[in-house]
Design a binder for this molecule. Structure first.
Ligand code: HEM
Length: 519
C-alpha cells in the first residue's frame, strides 16, 4: 500500500508514465528508496567519521573540498611527505588526514599507537580497493578466512630449506647483471639504477617463485610488464583527490586514465597467464609428478594445493596470487636495492667497510654461499639503514572492522587507519636528533635494543607482515655483495640529490645514475 501510494504520488503529473506497468513503477520506487537509503547511510558514515576523527586533530588545515590535500598534485612526493612528517613531529602520536571532504584517516605516527592496529587482523584500507582489478583476491588483499587459508598454504614456500635453494638463482642473475655492468664500465656509461635493478629482480622472482626463465635483463629496453606495473603504481595516488573515484572505483574505469589502467592490467595478467599456462602444460606432461622435483616452487604449491575436502584453488585464485607475488616480489626488492646503491654511492666510507668485509668473506670466490649470509654483518646494517631512510613500502592502511581504543579515545568501526612507515622511520621521537643521518651502526644490537620495535617496520609487523621478508633480505645481500665485490660506485653527477615519489612503492622521482669503477 505504501509503495502504491508513493508511486502514484511520484508519478503524478508525469505524462510519460501513463503507460508504465505497475511492476515497472514499483521497481522505480524501490530503486529510489534504495538510493535514498544509500545516501542516508553515506551521510551517517561521514558524520560518524568527522565525530570520531575530530577527537584526534584540529581542523586547522581542513579545506572544504580537498580536505588535507590542498595543493596536492596527484603525486605523493618528498615535499608532501615532509609536510606530513612535520605534523607527526608536532602531534607525536597521531594526526588526521582528510582525502577530500568525506574520507578521513587516522594516522598513527608513533610506535605505541601504531602497534595497537598492527597486532590485529583488521582488513586493508579503502585505497587498496584500487588494486583489486590488478591483484584480485591474492594474499595482499584477501581477508578473513580466505586470507588465513592462503597464508597457511603459502608459508611453506618460504621455509629456510627452500630459501637456501634460491642462492644459485640470485648468483646466476647477478652474473648476468655484472656482465652488463662490466660493459657499461668499459664504455664509461653510468648505470640507470632503478631501471636495470628492476629487470634483475624481475628475473629473480620469475625464476625463484615460478621456475620461469624470462631473462628480461638481456632485453635492453623497458620490459612491457615493468612499464605496466610502473604506470599502475603511478596511477593510484592520482585518484585520491576525487571522492567519486574513491567511492566508486568502477566509475574511474570509464575515464581515459581508467582505460589506460585497465590496459596495463591486461598486460600484467597476460604475463601471469603465460607463466601459469606453461607450468600447467609441464604438470600435465609429467603426469602430475611434480613431487619428484628437487624443490617445489611457489607455483607448484598453488597448482597442487588441496583443502581438507580435496578442493584445489580456482584458476582465478591462482592468477591473483601469481600477480601479487610478481608485483610484491620484484618492485619492493628493486626499490630496496636501488636506494641502498644510491646511499652507498653517497657514503664512500660505509661502502669501503662493506667491501673489506665482502673481500674477507668471499676469499677470492665469485659466488656468495648460504653460509656467507650471516657473516656479511656490516652490509646487513647498511641494508637495514637504507630501508629506514627509504622504506620500499612507505605506508600501509587498515579499515577497522570493530571499535578500538587509542590512548583512551574510541575509534569506531569503519574508520580508516594509516600506518605511515616512512614517517615512523623518520620520527625523532623514535630515533633521536640524528634521525636524518645515514648511520648503519644504529642497528648494532647494543644500540637497537633501545629502539621501540614498532618504530622500524619496513616489512610491517604482526600477523599481516611480509611473507617474503627473508627471501628479500637474502636476495638483497647477495646482489649487493656481488656488486660491491667487483665495483666501486659513486654518483655520476656528484651534485645530484635524489628525491622520491611514493607510487605505491618508494621510487626515485628522476633517474639515479651511478658511475662504476672496476675494483
Ligand atoms: C624489500 C622488500 C620487501 C618489502 C619492504 C616488503 C614490504 C611489505 C609490507 C610492508 C607488507 C605489508 C603490506 C600491508 O600490510 O598492506 C608486505 C606484505 C606482503 N609481501 Fe612484502 N615486501 C618485500 C618483499 C616481498 C617479497 C620478495 C615477496 C614475495 C616473494 C613479498 C610478498 C608479500 C606478500 C604476499 C604480502 C601480503 C602478506 C599478507 O597480507 O599476508 N614481499 N610486504
Amino acid at each position: 500500500m505504501v509503495i502504491d501510494a508513493l508511486s502514484s504520488y511520484l508519478l503524478l503529473d508525469m505524462p510519460w508514465s501513463i503507460n508504465i506497468s505497475t511492476i515497472f513503477r514499483t521497481i522505480f520506487v524501490l530503486v529510489l528508496c534504495f538510493m535514498v537509503y544509500k545516501v542516508y547511510q553515506f551521510i551517517a558514515y561521514v558524520a560518524l567519521q568527522h565525530r570520531t576523527l575530530s577527537q584526534f586533530d584540529s581542523y586547522e588545515d581542513f579545506h572544504w573540498w580537498y580536505g588535507s590535500l590542498k595543493g596536492f598534485k596527484g603525486v605523493l612526493n618528498e615535499d608532501f611527505m615532509r609536510g606530513r612528517l612535520a605534523k607527526a613531529e608536532k602531534n607525536k602520536y597521531f594526526f588526521v588526514q582528510w582525502n577530500g571532504p568525506f574520507f578521513g584517516a587516522l594516522t598513527l605516527c608513533h610506535p605505541d599507537t601504531a602497534k595497537v592496529v598492527l597486532k590485529g587482523y583488521e582488513p586493508k584500507g579503502r585505497v587498496y580497493e584500487t588494486l583489486r582489478p590488478w591483484l584480485g583476491d591474492g594474499l595482499l588483499l584477501a581477508k578473513g578466512k580466505k586470507w588465513m587459508r592462503q597464508r597457511r598454504l603459502l608459508t611453506p614456500a618460504f621455509h629456510f630449506d627452500i630459501l637456501r635453494t634460491y642462492m644459485v638463482i640470485y648468483n646466476e642473475a647477478s652474473d648476468m647483471f655484472l656482465t652488463k655492468l662490466s660493459g657499461m664500465a668499459e664504455r664509461n656509461e653510468p648505470l640507470d639504477v632503478f631501471h636495470h635493478i628492476s629487470l634483475l629482480t624481475l628475473d629473480i622472482i620469475l625464476k625463484c617463485a615460478f621456475s620461469f626463465d624470462a631473462n628480461v635483463q638481456s632485453t635492453g629496453k623497458r620490459h612491457p610488464y615493468i612499464q605496466a606495473v610502473f604506470d599502475m603504481c603511478h596511477d593510484v595516488p592520482r585518484r585520491f583527490t576525487n571522492p567519486l573515484f574513491i567511492l566508486y572505483p568502477k566509475l574511474y574505469m570509464l575515464t581515459s586514465r581508467g582505460r589506460r589502467f585497465q590496459e596495463s592490467c591486461d598486460i600484467v595478467h597476460r604475463e601471469a597467464n603465460h607463466v601459469i599456462a606453461k607450468r600447467k602444460k609441464e604438470l600435465e606432461a609429467s603426469g602430475g609428478l611434480f613431487l619428484n622435483k628437487k624443490r617445489l616452487d611457489f607455483l607448484d604449491i598453488l597448482l597442487t594445493a588441496k583443502d581438507s575436502d580435496g578442493n584445489g584453488l580456482s584458476d582465478e585464485d591462482i592468477r591473483a596470487e601469481v600477480d601479487t607475488f610478481l608485483f610484491e616480489g620484484h618492485d619492493t626488492t628493486a626499490s630496496g636495492l636501488s636506494w641502498t646503491i644510491y646511499l652507498l654511492a653517497n657514503h664512500p666510507e660505509h661502502q669501503q667497510k662493506c667491501q673489506e668485509e665482502i673481500d674477507e668473506v668471499m676469499q677470492g670466490r665469485d659466488e656468495i654461499q648460504w653460509e656467507d649470509l650471516p657473516k656479511l654483518k656490516y652490509l646487513g646494517l647498511c641494508l637495514k639503514e637504507a630501508m629506514r631512510h627509504y622504506p620500499p613500502v612507505a605506508g600501509i592502511s587498515r579499515k577497522l572492522e570493530k571499535d578500538i581504543e587509542i590512548m583512551g579515545k574510541k575509534v569506531t568501526a569503519g574508520t580508516n587507519v594509516q600506518l605511515p612507515i616512512w614517517i615512523l622511520h623518520h620520527s625523532s621521537h623514535v630515533w633521536g636528533d640524528d634521525v636524518m643521518e645515514f648511520k648503519p651502526e644504529r642497528f648494532l644490537p647494543e644500540n637497537f635494543k633501545n629502539v621501540n620495535p614498532f618504530g622500524y617496520i619496513p616489512f610491517s609487523a604482526g600477523p599481516r607482515n611480509c611473507i617474503g621478508q627473508n627471501f628479500a633480505n637474502n636476495e638483497e645481500k647477495v646482489v649487493m655483495a656481488r656488486i660491491l665485490h667487483k665495483f666501486k660506485i659513486s654518483m655520476a653527477d656528484k651534485s645530484e640529490k635524489a628525491e622520491f615519489n611514493v607510487a605505491l612503492i618508494l621510487k626515485s622521482a628522476k633517474e639515479i645514475k651511478v658511475a662504476l669503477k672496476p675494483r
